[in-house]
Design a protein around this ligand. Sequence first.
Ligand code: IMP
Length: 430
Amino acid sequence: MSTLVIVGTQWGDEGKGKIVDVLTKKADYVVRFQGGANAGHTLVINQKKYIFHLIPSGIFWPQTVCIIGNGVVVDPEVLIEEIEKLKNEGLNINPDKLMISERAHVIMPYHKALDLAREKKAKHHKLGTTCRGIGPCYEDKAARKGFRLIDLIYPNFFKEKLKSIIEEKNVILKYLGEKPIEFKEVYERYIKYGEYLKPYLTDVSQILWGAKKENKNILFEGAQGTFLDLDHGTYPYVTSSNTLAGNACCGTGLGPLDVDLVMGIIKAYTTRVGSGPFPTEIKNHIEEYLRTKGNEYGSTTGRPRRCGWLDLILVKTAIRLNSIKALALTKLDVLSGLEKVKICIGYEYKGKKIDYLPSSVLEINNLKPIYQELPGWKKDIKNIKNFEELPNETKLYIKTIEEYLGIPFYLISIGPERENCLILKNPFES
Ligand code: IMP
């Protein structure tokens, strides 16, 4: 087994970054395939906290090559800032350590301006986006009006296309009551970004093809989560890319039969940031308990995350959509101290029991979760080193999930630090 795709089974923020970081010890490549600076992973290393939006999670392991695939939308300003931050930490970030697809699309200032302006204008129907320009950039990609990173190194080509596009964007910005974008400033700034990033640009598909042939360990790091997927999520309250494992192929140029295993990450409870339906959202003091204890604030926007009980209907659906054959459970320590814990194992809709997520948000908004209640546990589990040492109630919680889903847990994360993790099976060792 050499290629592993990691995806979130909920609405993002499942703690994928931590699991990727733990597994990267054995990975030769860590690859991002979709999303952009809307994602944010927090890593805690030697008690120091790092937040990255574009750089793949494996950057701190010395042997790992980090790759940004063509499916990612790159904000050069954010990326350059992250590279500089890492260099200042003493890391040697060179083109052998970080590779970026020439085909990745570029977030332009008008994408961010449009994202913000639309959210502002929407008043009561806000999507709650991260306002990082993600949606408008993917729109331009599909409309064939986007810029790819490779375009930034051809000044004349870039200049002509940019002029006409800014003209069109300014008409829309004016209609939305916003300031126009100035061509000259954008042109000069982005040409400089192109010069800075040029050494890192490459044909990622070819790199991965070679790596796969040599049987190297390749880890694909999904951003966001299954139910933020543009097609299969809770549309329109979703992001603008396909977050599912299948997109690891389109978003990097690796063929579908070259993926060996998909691992799904489940947070021990559910969170959602931004608008949209959320059947198991908690409306009492326990929500605040989980938010505070789990530090459930968006790592990109700082917004408080909405918190709820674990929803196994979502996870079961994610298993189907992503071909998940291995699981990791995260933030289990956050549940410690609760008298009782609940797991959603079905919904009631119009008086009938159902075990699937309907397509329409109007229907999802009217679901009543059916819960299985389990005893909680008081003990702080953070520093436990073996599965057997976990309290019986914690083991019961894990076993209940595993039995319902019929898929084994490979890792159980019980605290924020790298070492707060029970590794039951390492996928790169099987
Ligand atoms: P966008 O991706 O910025 O367009 O935002 C669309 C929706 O996806 C909003 O509800 C965001 O809060 C959500 N979202 C985007 N990225 C993330 C993420 O990394 N974690 C959790 N939610 C996200």
